[in-house]
Design a protein around this ligand. Structure first.
Ligand SMILES: Nc1ncnc2c1ncn2[C@@H]1O[C@H](COP(=O)(O)OP(=O)(O)O)[C@@H](O)[C@H]1O
Ligand SMILES: [Mg+2]
Length: 349
């Protein structure tokens, strides 16, 4: 989804040479900017990772550099190969009216792209920490309950003489302590900074269950019925911490939209090449004119303390990084469904 604001001037037509890490990062960034049209990409290595990324984005992959200039009205060639021979070749073959960005200029752009990606990671973490602020009440409740139980059992134990009862109550205390430990474990794993580019095989169904537990700390689930329709084998390669964050955000939004109760449905579907997650609510819905706005940074309809307006913006970023898509279907007064579709295959960045 391209959510950059429209600009009046015609987009600049850019060709990229080099589809390694630099070219891929450039592709990912530039394709989100509506003022830029990527008209093609070339790498002399046909297995360069950026070429597959380009195909996924429907950007032409060309075998010959010359093809980047022929009939494509290219205005700028960005050479991120770092190869001095390429630089010379480009200067020899370049057509009039086409600018070249290579050598140290291209390295500066690469640094800017890296900087932008570091900022995105910071933003993701900051938004997560802002959300955790609202967990206090939920956590206090969930830790206080077992603590009260432990207190009562310990008081009983002090008087208990029957050995069988002592064992029974000791077991109950152990269970109660395990429950509080589980809460702490959930929270520490959620709050930690996710390692960027950390990829592993993620079981999407169990991630949704984890997210459900964590979202309960953030929002009240009173009068919410939960329906789960999980497909077996819904697994994919991805960053587990980031996916958890995405699901917590979607579930929190869904529950916040159902102020007077309703049904939250979590559904997964698994196909050979992709896994989809559908998060549906029967809440207030989203007016059609806001459907694009909701993905913009800082767009929120919630009072301060309940929303930052960064949730969906960050979700969109994480999903794009995994080469997936996010769509929304909504009807005012009936509810909304957010659908995320992610490729199963490993993503090389
Ligand atoms: N499930 C939903 N139902 C209705 N509105 C929603 C839903 N999810 C998101 N929205 C709308 O999109 C806005 C932006 O969501 P988000 O980026 O998560 O920020 P925040 O939740 O902090 O407001 C919300 O303020 C809300 O107006
Ligand atoms: Mg939100």
């Amino acid at each position: 989804m391209n959510t950059s604001r429209p600009v009046s001037a015609a987009p600049t037509r850019v060709a990229i040479i080099g589809a390694g890490r630099g070219g891929t990062a450039l592709l990912d960034l530039l394709h989100q900017i509506s003022a830029i049209d990527i008209i093609g990409i070339h790498d002399r290595d046909p297995s360069a990772p950026g070429l597959q990324r380009a195909r996924d984005l429907h950007i032409p992959v060309v075998d010959q550099i010359d093809d980047l200039f022929r009939n494509r009205h290219t205005q700028l060639v960005m050479d991120v190969t770092g190869d001095p021979a390429m630089d010379q070749q480009l200067h020899r073959e370049i057509r009039p009216g086409v600018d070249i960005l290579s050598g140290s200029a291209s390295r500066v752009v690469w640094e800017l792209v890296r900087h932008e990606s570091a900022l995105q990671a910071e933003l993701l973490h900051a938004e997560k920490l802002a959300g955790i602020g609202s967990f206090a009440a939920g956590i206090t409740h969930d830790i206080n309950n077992p603590l009260q139980l432990i207190l009562g059992l310990a008081e009983n134990l002090a008087e208990e003489t029957d050995l069988h009862n002592v064992h029974e109550q000791a077991r109950e205390i152990v269970d109660a302590v395990k429950r509080t430990t589980a809460i702490c474990r959930d929270l520490t794993s959620y709050a930690r900074r996710s390692a960027t580019h950390q990829q592993s095989l993620v079981d999407i169904n169990s991630k949704l269950d984890d997210a459900l537990r964590i979202a309960r700390y953030a929002v009240g689930f009173q009068d919410i019925t939960i329906i789960k329709r999980y497909a077996p084998e819904a697994t994919l390669k991805g960053n587990p911490d980031e996916l958890l964050h995405v699901f917590v955000n979607l579930i929190t939004n869904a529950v916040q939209a159902m102020e007077h109760g309703g049904t939250l449905t979590l559904r997964t579907t698994a196909e050979e090449t992709a896994v989809s997650v559908h998060v549906s609510d029967t809440g207030c819905g989203i007016p059609p004119e806001l459907l694009n706005e909701i993905f913009e940074p800082f767009f929120t309809t919630k009072p301060p303390g309940k929303g930052t307006g960064l949730g969906l913006y960050n979700i969109k970023h994480v999903i794009h990084q995994l080469h997936g898509t996010i769509t929304v279907n909504s009807e005012v007064g009936s509810g909304s469904t957010f659908t995320i579709t992610l490729p199963r295959a490993s993503v090389t960045l």
